[in-house]
Design a protein around this ligand. Sequence first.
Ligand code: S3P
Length: 441
Amino acid sequence: MTTHNQTSNRVRVHPGQALRGVIRVPGDKSISHRALIFGALADGISEIRGFLPAGDTLATLGCIRALGVQVDRHDDTTMTVYGRGLRGLRQPSQPLDCVNAGTGIRLLAGVMAGQPFSSVLDGSEQLRRRPMKRITEPLRLMGANVEENEGRAPLHFGGAFLKGITYEMPVASAQVKSCLLLAGLFADGPTTIIEPGPARDHTEGMLRAMGADIRKDGNRVTITPVEHLHPLNWTIPADISSAAFPLVAGLLVDGAEVVIEGVGVNDTRTGILDALVMMGATVHQSNVHEEGGEPVADLLVRSTRLHGTSIKGDLVVRMIDEFPILMVAALLANGVTEVSEARELRVKETDRIAVMAAELRKLGAVIEERPDGFVIEGPQQLKGAVVDGHDDHRVAMSLMVAGLLAEGETIVKDARCAHDSFPGFVETMQSLGAGVDWLPD
Ligand code: S3P
């Protein structure tokens, strides 16, 4: 077993081993970002357990500290956030660097828009390619003083007083919804967001638990400003989006039996489970309980012959981050899998339709790309090859799982980015018996 070192960036995958064991995966990325940002805005001290110590969330931690918020880290996953209240953030002396984190920049944009001081939000070249008009346009309707660079980061904020608006979102996006709800905390009256689909609702649940006035009425969410937010005492469940990789591997690899403990199963996030069940999988849930206001369960899967399915509509929204690994499942399934109404995949960390199709083709896959999805007819026999993670964590991890199902050895280049959401992914898969190893550079 080769353990990760800072310099290795390539993973070698040897198929052939059965996967067996009980694992935990890291804390939920969406909730970790929110716990930091919301904790910073609370009046008092928030305790956070189960935090995801990964590239994206540590970038948000850096931003929060740059806004004058003290955060004490007790270990990788436990921390205390000394909230400064809704009006207590300090003007940052430099641009806030969100690195690769779309959630970080879009949620912080909602907060920065409502501050009396100016600030700049920026990030990596990859983040600078992602669309920001989806937040800046509605923020401007609220009176925000924000300028972007042809619809992209960096985002420059001048101080502003915000007004409440009613806004119908053109795309179902939890990042846009959360940005506007956060801005709504600083507005002069209620802000209502109308959602075209059931985007994850962690923001609503957490802010409500902190005393915010948030009401949901069908697909309308309304926030009315309050004077104070209470601090959080929050245990973050394991991320279902990270669990999806060993889960799908546990279904596809022969002789596998995998248990993943303590996974968040909020139903705005469980689309991947529903899709796999539609494909013939059984995902046993046990030890179901609640943590930090979220339902949590242990998930068990065994190797199963899957069949194709059709995915569109609300299900797409409920599994938006799981399509790279779903593509791998579709390649191994009997019959046709068709995904449509998933155009959003093109504006994630990468264009996940194009990038996954191109990399899986190197493994011999036949995939029909569509503007808003893809069609895959399986089962297909993959052949080991050299593939590239494209600095997209979910692409890199999906390719490692694909390598486990190929004939012969696969090398995944640019694999370090797995750490953006799943530090220890390779080691976790090794603990199940998978033939994955970091290669020295
Ligand atoms: C996230 C929302 C989703 C998702 C991202 C995390 C969040 O993005 O893809 O990984 O934490 O709110 P969109 O809101 O752009 O769909």
